[in-house]
Design a protein around this ligand. Structure first.
Ligand code: ATP
Ligand code: MG
Length: 427
């Protein structure tokens, strides 16, 4: 099946809105194993929309139009489709009722304009999933081809595409294979470093098949490796994913992979602390509470995470954390912060970060210089970096890098506890 996307809206052409809908739909199509070779943008103009829809339909089996389903005069997607197919628009009472009910929920009366949203080209059907007032459309064109119209509002569009359009398109195209993907989140290697290690494996997959691998550098979320498998059925796809994951782990090493799918670095650190019965505190300077915010975003983190002291100013570092060093951005200061916050918040382990987020130097220290200390079992370990990034990226990389430092120590700690107890158990 070949499907293309047409995004409607003059604002898209003027650069007032970035067309994120098309990229998002493109990603969904790729994941579903549907080929997509063209994406078009067109303004809210009847003739030009008709040309765009018609050309798309000639090239592809399916077309997804996003936008132009609203209740205003310039929302003419349904009219253009009806004209292109040479049919009338028919007002559907069940959609009128639905829209009226939605207005009723908000205690308002439906404006007459919204009636236009209940018009459906003859031979077409409304998309059964309707999160907002705009009904989507499924318009079969004959010879198996089809036009889908979905709203421009991103959350409405996404719900319709995920819950209906992709499945319907696969059904019409007779696609029965199952596509599944799994994301391995990594930290500690550059994209090119990973690509070099995995190069031979990618070549092997090319010839022998199996789950494919794609890289996606996602800043604070880590460098993601997405495995995608296409199988005859669910079990077959799962099998390929498991095999792919095992191979990747064997090549890049377990330590590099901190999480699967939605598991963040914070999850990983919290889980390791929990398993080892440790509480955690943070002392943050350049990240200004960013690490703490991410910790508390994880449900159930309160049994491990005690809190974060945002010690941005020098006098706060000294009064709350007992930092005596004159240089705020130094290894000694980071170590004092890490020790100070363990004491202040009675925590078993801690992470402390101090650095210069830039763009200007501070106390003679260059922007991008960051010290990250982890304190565990009373031992401080510090990493110093000099990053050539902008302020935002320096702060984000500090968050994930600092946490990763503690994560690796917690893994090593668990492993050494294992070997000690195993040795102790021996007769
Ligand atoms: P409705 O969802 O009511 O049918 P519509 O389909 O006409 O409306 P628009 O009025 O064009 O959609 O846009 C509504 C909102 O959706 C706008 O706020 C716009 O920011 C967003 N939007 C529209 N098209 C896109 C797109 N291609 N990418 C990202 N956002 C979009
Ligand atoms: Mg519009």
């Amino acid at each position: 099946v070949k499907c293309e996307v047409v995004a409607v809206g003059t604002e898209l052409l003027l650069g007032q809105i970035v067309d994120t809908n098309s990229s998002w739909i493109g990603e969904q199509l790729a994941q579903a194993g549907i080929d997509s070779f063209f994406q078009t943008k067109v303004g809210d103009n009847f003739d030009r929309m008709k040309v765009a829809f018609g050309e798309a339909l000639e090239r592809s089996d399916a077309v997804i139009v996003t936008g132009g389903l609203g209740p205003t005069q310039d929302d003419i997607t349904r009219n253009v489709i009806a004209d292109l197919l040479g049919v009338e628009l028919i007002r559907r009472q069940e959609i009128v009722d639905k829209i009226e009910a939605m207005f009723g929920l908000h205690g308002r009366k439906m404006p007459q304009n919204n009636l236009l949203q209940a018009d459906v080209p003859a031979g077409a059907e409304p998309i059964p999933v309707q999160p907002g007032t705009a009904a989507g459309l499924v318009c079969p064109v004959g010879d198996g081809r089809v036009i889908y119209a979905v709203p421009g509002v991103p959350w409405e569009m996404k719900k319709m595409v995920t819950d209906f359009v992709i499945g319907d398109m696969r059904k019409r195209g007779g696609i029965t294979s199952v596509i599944k993907s799994r994301t391995l989140r990594t930290w500690g290697s550059s994209e090119s470093g990973l690509a070099e290690k995995l190069g031979p494996e990618l070549e092997r997959i090319d010839s022998a098949g199996g789950a494919t691998i794609a890289y996606n550098a996602s800043g604070i979320e880590g460098l993601k490796l997405r495995l995608t498998a296409k199988g005859d059925n669910e079990a077959h796809a799962d099998e390929q994913l498991a095999d792919g994951e095992a191979r990747v782990r064997a090549i890049v090493g377990d330590d590099l992979i901190f999480g699967i799918d939605g598991e963040t670095m914070e999850h990983a650190v919290l889980d390791l602390c929990r398993q080892q019965g440790l509480t955690l505190a943070l002392a943050e300077s350049l990240t200004g509470g960013l690490i703490g915010a991410r910790m508390t975003a994880v449900p159930g983190s309160s049994d491990v995470f005690k809190g974060s002291i945002v010690s941005y100013a020098s006098d706060v570092k000294s009064s709350l954390l007992g930092v005596t060093e004159t240089l705020d951005v130094s290894e000694a200061a980071a170590v004092s912060m890490a020790g100070g916050v363990c004491a202040a918040l009675s925590a078993d382990c801690s992470v402390a970060v101090t650095g210069v987020a830039g763009p200007e130097p501070w106390q003679g220290v260059q922007a991008g210089t960051v010290y990250m200390t982890s304190m565990l079992d009373g031992v401080a370990k510090t990493t110093k970096v000099e990053w050539p990034f902008d302020r935002n990226r320096i702060r984000e990389f500090t968050v994930i890098n600092a946490l990763n430092g503690l994560r690796l120590r917690l893994i090593a700690r668990a492993e050494s506890a294992d070997t000690t107890s195993a040795a102790g158990d021996a007769p």
